[in-house]
Design a binder for this molecule. Structure first.
Ligand code: IYR
Length: 224
């Protein structure tokens, strides 16, 4: 077995409580302006921003540090059209047959339907895959641990990075979305996790009038 090797954590910056509080508050204020957007402009997004946001996603913690994620970045109109077509087929099934009434009721405030024009309007789609296995340099397979959780963490960081940079996104989950493997040529061992739609909001973009829970509604404390 490989012996662990340790290095000094030189990059860590110790800050005062005041500084930490101010930074935490500023970051919260900034993140609180994030909204899921479904009305996108056609305007292309800078690849430099996307690349840094993807690098940020790649800093996420992961099971045994195996980094079990893959991001398929799609800007080509033909591929976007193919993805839209496949997604809308699944979505039509979902909205007309598969979804139980309670699910449709829960979605009603969002005003969503089977029409996914944004998959072509938005300049960029990022298909996120969770890898259940990885490959060592010599080609041998290794099992990944907590691929779903790890990919969720990386995706959350990607969303945060995109918002911080000034772009908007939509976490889209056509279900099932195995078609993404086929269209993007990804192996069966990669589970499509979600489809992130990325861009700028359309000029007249509208948002559902929904709210976030209060802190006390999602946090509990025990100090003893
Ligand atoms: N996948 C469908 C339905 C949908 C499901 C959930 I949960 C949402 O938060 C939003 C939509 C769609 O994309 O319309």
């Amino acid at each position: 077995m490989k012996q662990p090797e340790f290095v000094q954590y030189d990059a860590y910056v110790r800050r005062s409580v005041d500084d930490m509080t101010a930074r935490a508050e500023r970051f919260y204020e900034q993140m609180d302006t994030r909204r899921t957007v479904r009305d996108f402009s056609h305007e292309p997004v800078p690849s430099s921003v996307i690349e840094y946001a993807l690098r940020t996603a790649g800093t996420a913690p992961s099971g045994a540090n195996l980094q079990p994620w893959h991001f398929g970045v799609v800007s080509g109109p033909e591929t976007k059209r193919e993805i839209r077509k496949a997604a809308e087929e699944e979505e039509r099934e979902f909205y007309t047959r598969r979804a139980p009434q309670a699910w449709l009721d829960a979605l009603a405030p969002l005003g969503t339907d089977a029409n996914k024009a944004f998959l072509e309007t938005a300049p960029l789609l990022i298909a996120v895959f969770a890898q259940t296995v990885g490959h060592l340099a010599d080609g041998r397979k290794v099992k990944h641990y907590y691929p779903t959780e790890s990919t969720g963490l990386a995706t959350g960081m990607l969303i945060t990075a995109l918002h911080n940079a000034g772009l908007v996104c939509l976490t889209h989950t056509p279900s099932p979305m195995r078609f993404l493997n086929k269209i993007l040529g990804r192996p069966k061992s990669e589970r499509p996790y979600l489809l992130l739609v990325v861009g700028y909001p359309a000029e007249n973009a509208k948002l559902p009038n929904i709210s976030r829970k209060a802190l006390s509604d999602f946090v509990s404390y025990r100090a003893h």
